[in-house]
Design a binder for this molecule. Sequence first.
Ligand code: NAP
Length: 295
Amino acid sequence: MKILVIGANGQLGSDVVRAAERAGHQAVPFRGRHELDVTRAEEVSRALAAHRPDAVMNAAARCDVDACETDSARAWEVNALGARHVAQACRDQGSRLLHVSTDYVFSGDKDQPYVETDLPRPLNTYGITKLAGEHFALAYGGRTLVVRTSGLYGIQGSREKGGNFVETMVRLSAVRPEIRLACDQVLSPTSTRDLSETLLGLAGLDLCGVVHVCNRGACSWLEWATEIFRLLGRDVRACPVPLDSFGLQARRPRYSALESLVFPRIGIPPLPHWQDALARYLREARHLPDSVLHS
Ligand SMILES: NC(=O)c1ccc[n+]([C@@H]2O[C@H](COP(=O)([O-])OP(=O)(O)OC[C@H]3O[C@@H](n4cnc5c(N)ncnc54)[C@H](OP(=O)(O)O)[C@@H]3O)[C@@H](O)[C@H]2O)c1
């Protein structure tokens, strides 16, 4: 399969390229807006016409949640209009589209995992623009699958946020005796390596619509960090604090763990539990400097 990856220098996109190459697919990576800017419809259309891919993974986004709140125009351009341009080009070329979206389309009022049939009600600009992007991807694309995920971490680190939560905890726990962590926001931490492999499997299916793909289980930021410290054998005090105490620009859903009703119906096994994925990530963390891991 020939797979064109948009946002290939991002945390998820870079793992999708690696997973595609491992599986023997032909990956065509576009590494960031300087190689292919999704806000420019003509540019997107030309790239797809030139490569005529079987499938397109749109992992490009503006995903710094607080930056989206202060610069909603750019968030709209990339997350919503960009999604529309990619979908239109996919429809024109007959390419399958996998469009990546987020748990932040939900309000967080539930206290059990959100499934595909739950009604989105985003609380912030990032979530609103991502939900608009989902609608554009489904409305304009041909064979579109919107894949919602949550709490990503991967070896590349997030372009926009600079790194990822796991590596921030690895770094901070080497130098601080205690760390303040939100205990009242729950999510599904997901390894981009596991997600990428599932995305590739989904690219080869006819499944269209919306699907939730995360590592299994859920935890708060506090529980996530505590597990990181445990796996690293670090004696750090994780201090529970409310999310509000961080004074963030954008409101966040209090609970945004995701589960899939679709996967069991079509016989796809769930992804590994988040604790298994995290342990694997830290075991394989050759990209982390020894001074960080062994201090
Ligand atoms: N990170 C999370 O925890 C999380 C959670 C749930 C869902 N998601 C979703 O997962 C996807 C991937 O996230 P990520 O963590 O991999 O983000 P990331 O590391 O910030 O990557 C975003 C990518 O988008 C590219 N990009 C930004 N503006 C662009 C534009 N105008 N045209 C083309 N490319 C552009 C960036 O490259 P340049 O900066 O070089 O342009 C980068 O390659 C996104 O759809 C996000 O909404 C993320």
